[in-house]
Design a protein around this ligand. Structure first.
Ligand code: NAD
Length: 259
């Protein structure tokens, strides 16, 4: 299926690996001109090259910390008026809320709420004027089903979700949609690290714990970045102009609610 976005320009934040990379790859395969960022140049350059090989399209990369003003400036200098914006950043560390003070909370809010809002603020008006825009925020299934030790993530991402709920309805008339993608457990460094931490805390051998953990997932496995990227590409497509303000769970059926 041709998604009708060939030639559009996209920024995918935090995309040298994991879910961001999955999104960037799927968009590039659709003929989108993708600009990716991350903080580590070596991995970022390798990833850009890899996506170019897979998609046959040129991929720009910018070494930038998306949680800083300087990082966002550099990224927007390289791609000043994207048609598509995929917001993403590293997730906050798991832990016990007794240990989190102002710094930990402000860091989480900055990375997983403010940075996305700021990228949207700086790009949405051009999208609106042009009559096409697709904005996706990578949040987490913990927005719907919190995991206690991921309290910083639960809190910061719910803040972003609340803000997006208000914003998303305001621009659909101009064909600009804003949605959130909520990953469950994905086979990425972050996904694997969370499982390893749980094993460590329970004092169980990591391999054994991983086996039990996967068996307990409805799908019996973690999701792949290709599956995540394909959903992203569809929501950025010409055909997704009537979907806005949604929180789309991609969790292999893990969320137990009816709705
Ligand atoms: P990952 O660790 O595999 O990849 C993270 C990517 O973000 C890397 O490319 C890294 O270089 C980049 N990055 C991190 N901090 C950055 C910064 N400040 N500026 C620029 N780039 C930065 O992680 P992932 O699994 O792809 O997760 C992506 C997001 O989704 C995270 O916020 C994570 O918490 C969230 N999430 C992941 C899962 C999962 O199962 N993988 C589940 C729920 C939520």
């Amino acid at each position: 299926m041709d998604l009708g976005i060939s030639g559009k320009k996209a920024i995918v934040c935090a995309a040298s690996k994991g879910l961001g990379k999955g999104c960037a790859t799927a968009l590039a395969k659709e003929g989108v001109q993708v600009t990716i960022c991350a903080r580590n140049e070596q991995l970022l350059a390798t990833t850009a090259q890899e996506i170019e090989q897979i998609s046959g399209n040129k991929v720009l990369y910018v070494v930038a910390d998306i949680t800083t003003e300087t990082g966002r400036d550099s990224l927007l200098q390289a791609c000043p008026d994207p048609d598509i914006l995929v917001n993403n950043a590293g997730g906050p560390p798991p832990g016990d809320f007794h240990d989190w003070r102002q710094k930990e909370w402000f860091d989480a809010l900055n990375a997983n709420m403010f940075s996305a809002i700021e990228m949207i603020r700086r790009t949405i008006d051009t999208m609106t004027n042009r009559g096409f825009g697709r904005i996706l925020n990578i949040t987490s299934s913990t927005v719907k089903a919190p995991i206690a030790e991921l309290g910083l993530s639960n809190g910061a991402r719910c803040g972003l979700t609340g803000f997006i709920a208000g914003l998303a309805r305001q621009h659909v008339k101009q064909n600009v949609t804003v949605n959130n993608l909520l990953p469950g457990f994905f086979d990425t460094d972050r996904g694997r690290a969370i499982v390893a931490k749980q094993a460590q805390e329970r004092n169980i051998d990591i391999k054994l714990y991983q086996q039990q953990f996967l068996a307990n997932l409805c799908a019996g496995r973690m999701g792949t970045i290709e599956e995540f990227g394909a959903t992203c590409a569809f929501l950025c497509s010409h055909y997704a102009g009537y979907i806005s303000g949604q929180n789309i769970l991609i969790d292999g059926g893990l969320y137990p609610g009816t709705f």
